[in-house]
Design a protein around this ligand. Sequence first.
Ligand code: AMP
Length: 282
Amino acid sequence: MNISQTPEKIRELLTPLRGQHIALVPTMGCLHAGHISLIRKAKSLADVVIVSIYVNPLQFGENEDFHQYPKTFEKDAEICKNEGVDVIFHPKNLYPDDGPNITLKISHMGHLLCGKSRPTHFDGVVTVVNILFNIIHPDIAIFGEKDWQQLAIIRRMVSDLHMPIEVIGSEIIREADGLAMSSRNRYLSPDERQKSLFLSQTMLLMKSNTKNSHKASKIIRFGIDNLKKYGISIEYLEICNELTLNPENSITPQSRIFIAAKIGSTRLIDNMPLSITTENTL
Ligand code: AMP
């Protein structure tokens, strides 16, 4: 396994491999079973698998956890090696010394859901993903459904900007008790970890509530009341179309629950398809 730290090095390394099917798995490191599932999907679909590990400053807001974001590169490299990853791209910085001059901006989709409290987050995400795509030129790129809004926006970027890249979504990996795996789960105290379970449990209850009503507002009200019972601070709980991310009034086969909540000082997000009769893939 090769570890490349500069765009020049990885380009040089990839030159003789052009023509093979190349997959990119972008990450911020601190790898867990969720990331491993993306790597395994990439391995099953491509000849060459590249994992990028880069904590992108541009996608963090001023008072967010950029400086605290966990860094576990040695362990990450061991995981990648064991999973048969071909190359880790681990750049120190992807922007010019005087900061990014040219960035991408998302209109509508970037201001929904997480975009309401993190107004510049998705601009930072698409800017860095665009840079990674320009350096690596992958045939396919794998993203987790855990960050569904990110996945939907990247699909839209690839489509709007005519990028010759196939974006593949990979299912959410959860702990045995239902909590969606996340590098940020390590911020949770034991009590908060226990409380965090109410997120997935509430979504499951909302899902079974669709038997009684197809009215989104009723199902959302039920979910909010349930979370409030446990003292969870909800940032949003919405039912949206999984392609457009627009809120829905009544349940359709493309309806998905989206949630963001603060448990202590840790912000967690999760999502779940509402329709049980169709496959909910993008
Ligand atoms: P991150 O390192 O948090 O930026 O995540 C890198 C990629 O891993 C993103 O595409 C995430 O959606 C994906 N990912 C993170 N956690 C999970 C999970 N629990 N299940 C599936 N994919 C995940």
